[in-house]
Design a binder for this molecule. Structure first.
Ligand SMILES: [Zn+2]
Ligand SMILES: [Zn+2]
Length: 223
């Protein structure tokens, strides 16, 4: 990936959700993925790198990934995107807050949805949406690629993967919460993620990055 791509990863909130800021240094356009909390820090980086947010994207609507949506939306005016299969979970944020014993975060009216195969564009980059149900019904992953221009043929250069809570280094997402399914997450990982090249670096929703090749070889849940 050329250095033109800005990729800042900020662990936010109590559960240290990895929020990603993906920007194009030349055009100044960006997307923000999983602003779980700490919106002031996120805004500080956007300001420092002179980035304008085109879209705010959630890999799924667990509380640790969506807590900062309303504040970031208000500050940037950017649309908020989720997969519609996770809308019910978003509407039950008060219940999720109760499980964790934390206050219910402010919510935002979600009007924009993404689905399998959609392309999200910012500057000369694009992210392809993979619908990977299992951790939640509307979990998605993003394959970030270089893009000639919106609407033109893509020229993938060492793509990276934003994996949400579907795949972790040496582990997979939990499936014991409402809407979770172990058979589904296993199928999603095999059919959508392990088909990517070995050298694809992925960034999970929590913890350290890894590569698809390393997980294929070492992840005990994928044997
Ligand atoms: Zn989650
Ligand atoms: Zn999480």
């Amino acid at each position: 990936m050329p250095e033109k791509l800005i990729h800042e990863i900020i662990p936010v909130g109590l559960l240290q959700c990895n929020c990603s800021i993906l920007g194009d240094r030349e055009t100044g356009e960006a997307i923000v993925v999983d602003p779980g909390e700490d919106v002031d820090r996120i805004l500080g980086i956007l300001h420092r790198d002179k980035l304008k947010v085109r879209a705010i994207v959630c890999t799924h609507t667990h509380i640790d990934h969506v807590g900062g949506l309303a504040a970031l939306h208000r500050a940037t005016g950017a649309p908020v995107l989720i997969h519609d299969a996770d809308l019910g979970l978003y509407r039950s944020l008060d219940m999720q807050a109760e499980w964790l014993g934390v206050p219910t975060p402010e919510t935002v009216q979600i009007r924009d949805f993404m689905k399998e195969g959609d392309m999200l564009h910012w500057g000369d980059f694009a992210a392809r949406v993979l619908h990977t149900p299992g951790h939640t019904p509307g979990s998605i992953c993003l394959v970030v690629e270089e893009s000639a221009a919106p609407g033109h043929k893509l020229h993938p250069v060492a793509p990276i993967l934003i994996a949400g809570d579907t795949l972790f280094q040496g582990s997979i997402g939990r499936t014991d919460l409402p809407g979770g399914s172990y058979p589904q997450i296993i199928r999603s990982i095999h059919e959508k993620l392990l088909v990517l090249p070995d050298d694809v670096v992925f960034f999970p929703g929590h913890g350290d990055s890894s590569t698809i090749g390393s997980e294929r070889e070492h992840n005990p849940f994928l044997r």
